[in-house]
Design a protein around this ligand. Structure first.
Ligand code: 9UX
Length: 71
């Protein structure tokens, strides 16, 4: 039973950012699919189990971006 959630991501401004965010989130345990929308500033993640906000925040921070509020 996969879980899909959309996160607001602050700081993405180009396609390289999209790649960096996608790769970091894809590396999290249990993640099956990541779709990043540059224009919307969001990342939609499908995972086997719900991800903790802390792990998502840490992954984004690792890539140089921030977990925003909302979305
Ligand atoms: Mo280029 Mo996207 O520095 O941050 S990777 S704008």
């Amino acid at each position: 039973q996969a879980v899909t959630r959309t996160y607001a991501v602050t700081g993405m401004t180009c396609e390289h950012c999209v790649r960096a965010v996608t790769d970091e989130l894809a590396a999290l345990s249990g993640v099956r699919e990541v779709r990043v929308d540059l224009a919307a500033g969001t990342a939609t993640v499908t995972s086997a189990d719900p991800l903790s906000d802390e792990s998502v925040r840490a992954a984004l921070d690792e890539a140089g971006y921030e977990l925003g509020s909302g979305a």
